[in-house]
Design a protein around this ligand. Sequence first.
Ligand code: CP
Length: 331
Amino acid sequence: MKQFISINDVLTPAHSTIGLAINSLTAKALAYKQNPFIDRALGKDKRIGLLFLNPSLRTRLSTQVAAQNLGMEAIVFNVDKEGWALEFEEGAIMSGNTVEHIKDAAPIMGSYFDILAIRTFPGLQNKQDDYSEMYINQFIKYAGVPVVSLESATLHPLQSLTDIMTMQEHLLANPIAKQKCKVVLTWAPHVKALPQCVANSFAQWVNAWGEADFVITHPKNYELDEQFTKGATITHNQDEALKDADFVYVKNWSTYNDYGKVYENNPKWMLTQEKLAVTNNAKVMHCLPVRRNVELSDEILDSTSSIVTTQAGNRVWAAQAVLSEILTLKL
Ligand code: CP
């Protein structure tokens, strides 16, 4: 693996389909969960830089733990708070607030580290700007070393790999009597306009995985970008969507078509235990952080229906599998 930015980086010549490539990566992640230090020699004398332009709890800590499990040194740099304000536009006349161009900063950081990982967010003002992924693409262009996305303007691949691994782990321990599990991604209310990254990425990965009947449910006018959702069943009827679900993934996102707006905040979209009654004893997932009793009720989060803590814990093993793949190719 040369980089980890989206599902497209998973496929290798060793795999005939992207679904098999995903399964191979999740198998590796699950193996690391059983034996965290088996590849401690792999990252010896290697260093990863974790750059954050936005806040993070899980991604920041789990990626550091993953790197250290592989024997790597991990250094975190909160670029937004501790670094010079970076400029990403080519040809910019830097007479405003930005102090250092990415084409100067990225190769320097690339000379300090064997792998660079970066978290950026969308501005949610201009769809074209966000969906061009300028920040992470400019970073890749100038870094000169493999780059891992810690979440970008439109995708969160480490989260999605974790999500599939978590579903597989649950299915291995609790087999179901059908060929494909049913996975439902349901929109949830929120007080702020949030990015589409997690929902886009989850849709992209579940569709590519091919081992689930995949349904997305959201209010009218909350359609996601079709490039990610194509292949899923999409409905505005949440109750209908939830029928016989094995996994329910709860997530808010702001509007995509009329970009970055909050049209709807109706609490009727919040998942409750009562709504779960029509599912196949579904397990509830969320990437976290979660607004309790806005996105998801206490009664679900504090019940055995929720697997969000296991899911967040699995971020370590997914990150470890990705770093391991990159280190293996680099050695
Ligand atoms: N799910 C997730 O990416 O969490 P953090 O924003 O805390 O890293």
